[in-house]
Structure formats: C-alpha cells, structure tokens
Write a protein that binds this ligand. Sequence first.
Ligand code: GLN
Length: 454
Amino acid sequence: DAHIVKVAAAKPLNAFLVETPDHAIAAAKAADDARAAGETLKPLAGVPIGMKDLFCTKGVQSAAASHILEGFKPPYESTVSQKLWDAGAGMLGKLNMDQFAMGSSNETSAFGNVISPWRRNDGGNAALAPGGSSGGSSSAIAARLCPAATGTDTGGSIRQPAAFTGIAGIKPTYGRCSRWGIIAFASSLDQAGPMARDVTDCAIMLEAMAGFDPRDATSLDAPVPQWEAGLNPSLAGKTIGIPKEYRVDGMPAEIEALWQQGIDWAKDAGAEIVEVSLPHTKYALPAYYIIAPAEASSNLARYDGVRYGLRDLPDGAGLQDMYAATRADGFGDEVKRRIMIGTYVLSAGFYDAYFTQASKVRTLIAQDFDNAWEQCDLLLTPTAPSAAFGLGEKSDDPLAMYLNDVFTVPSSLAGLPAMSVPGGLDKQGLPLGLQIIGKAMDEQGVLNAGLAIE
Ligand code: GLN
C-alpha cells in the first residue's frame, strides 16, 4: 500500500503512464495468504514492481510510450512479465520511456519527459534527465516508488539510466531473457533486464526473468543459474581488464576519477588489474547507429493503422493515405529519424556501403572482446561519459545524445552481459555509474564484481 500511495503522489516525476494498483494488491494478498498457510514463499512474493511500457501486459495499455500504440491493450502477456508474476511479483503500473526505446534521456516519449528525483547541489532546482530509454524505471526506483523494475537495453538503456540515478541495472547475455511480447526495436540487440537499488536485488529479479523460451528464436537454451545464491564479493583470482580505448578524448576529470576509484575498489576486493586493448571501439557507435535504425525501420513497418492502436483515416482517403496519415501523426521525430536512416542504409544502392559494412564492424568488435578474454575475466569502465544532463540540454542535437552511449554500445553489439553499479557522486552531488562487462553467459562474474564495487 505504501508504494501505491507513493506512486499516486509522485505524479510530477511522470514516471508512470498507467497505474495498476489492483495487480500489486492481488500479489500482496497472495503472499499474505501463502504466509498464513505456512507455505514456502515464492522468490518475489508480494513485491510491487514497475513494468517498462515496452512489455506487453495483458489487458493493460502497452504503447512503448508512442502515440501510434495509444490504446493498444495486448490480448497476451510477455514471457518476462509472466515469469515475474509466476515468481509472486505484482505490477504497480507501466513505466514511461523513450518512444520505442529510442533515446538516452526519456525526452522522446509521446507522453512527456520523466524527471529524475536528483538535483544538483548548487541550490538550483534544474530538472535533470533520468537517462533513457528506461527513464521511467530509473526515476521510479531512485524516488523509491518501487523497489525494482524491468528495463530493456538495446544500446545502453538499462545501464545509462541506472548510472544517472544512482541505482543498479544489468543487461544479461543476449538471449537470456525472452524477447517474446516485448515491442521490438532492434531485434538482434534488444535484451530485457532488471533495474533495482542494488546488485542483490538485480540478481533476484534476473533469476525470475531469465530462461529459455521456444517462442523466441534467439532465446538461449541454457539453464538459469542460481545467481543470488552464487553472489560473492571477493574478486580474488580474477583479472579485470581496463580497455585503454575507453579513455576517450575530452573525458571529464570526474569520470576519470570515478574509473580510478572503481579500479581501487576492485583491487581491494582482490582483483588483479591489467590494461587491455579493444582496437575497434571507436567504430562501435557509428555501426550501432546504422544497425539499430535498420532493424527498427523493418520492425516498425507493422504500424500501419490497420493492426494496432492509432488509425488516421482522412475523409475520402485511400489505403496509402491512411498509412501516411497514421504514421505521420503516430511516430515522434526521433522515431521518424531512425526509420529514415534505417530505410536509407538498407536501400538497394547503399546496403553494401552501410549495412554490410556495419555488420562487419560488429564482428570485429565482438572479436576484440574475444581477444581481451585471453587476458582477463571481466572489464571495468565508466557507464557513461557524463553525469545526468539537464532536460532540454541535448534534445535538439541528436548526435550529442548518441555520444552518451559511447561506453554501453560495444558490449551490446557483442551480446555480452554488462551491468552498471553506483560509483559515488560527482562534485555537483550527482550519481555516476561504473560498468562491468563479462564474457557471454558469465552474469555471475558480472554480478560478483558489481557487488564488490557497489
Ligand atoms: N540510446 C540508445 C538509442 O537511442 C540506446 C537505446 C536503448 O538501449 N534502447 O538507441
């Protein structure tokens, strides 16, 4: 009940798009009943969580924070959300996000931006971005509206908002969590994962969310380890690599200092530190901003005014007019930008020069990581090149916005597990995040390192 009251009182943050108190209450009641009957409790019995609006939830609007899906109430439940309900959790509501998960600040939502509960310590009251695209999730957890939430991460959308708001979030290995019922952005990159206050809660959530699903063709057919039971903050015997190419030009001194602090914490926990090289890092961002829009342009072709949500049917209009009117009205500017870039890089004359080339670069980036694993077990980097920026600061400059993803995108292209954990505050009193990247399937190693340095 306390969480339901808080959600209702926190309207100015705009973190929740839909509130579903009955769902959360039903889960709490089920947990009470099980407790009264002396039954063993489910791992998330009664825990009220927030659900990113990208997940289809049966009978509850699932709009990916877009106008084109407004009013769409799926007749089915996504695999990941169903698994959370099966584990005993209840839903407080649907969380705001960047429209179709495209963005790094939550400002592309059709339903207004989310505000971070953090403020700079300069006495001002400037509203800050909660990060994106899972900005409703990060803001809601940081404001203590819910103890945990789902996120999705295509190029950093779990990790960067976690870093901006001082919480933890893990993107597991590509394929760990089923994509079935998650509104698609870039299918070869999209991964669900948990966001929570700390590493232990992320481990508990991820255990409930992960697992093979025959309805997702890229689902990993592997058992789900007991990550929570396996948590161990000692890094004795582990080697942690520091990728030198992540020391990008113009990196703020505070981010450098954060990174050094993380290195020291890892050493204190028993890790050996080595410098490694990921030589193709600088091509990751351009490759991502070709591959992700290309896949998005294909995935978003289904929003035609016929099948879901919005339909604009001007008087006397034909089918083509209806498509055009619906899509012009239903998609936001950033989504249209991605569709245009995506269709361009896939067009007959430019496919080889852009999409094929970006796919080759993606392979080289994955090979960089494979080579690094010959020298180390995990990698440690900052999560983002800055602390949270002000609302509106980057919204007119898409390239500046894209640059914020510089540290999160390479591991997404390689499909590797990666986590952001709180690394302390900068001079302005804002949280900064440290990122741990692991080998494919080594979520345990990532979580343990996160536990050691959070
Ligand atoms: N900021 C990146 C983008 O806009 C990543 C988004 C995401 O991970 N969903 O594409």
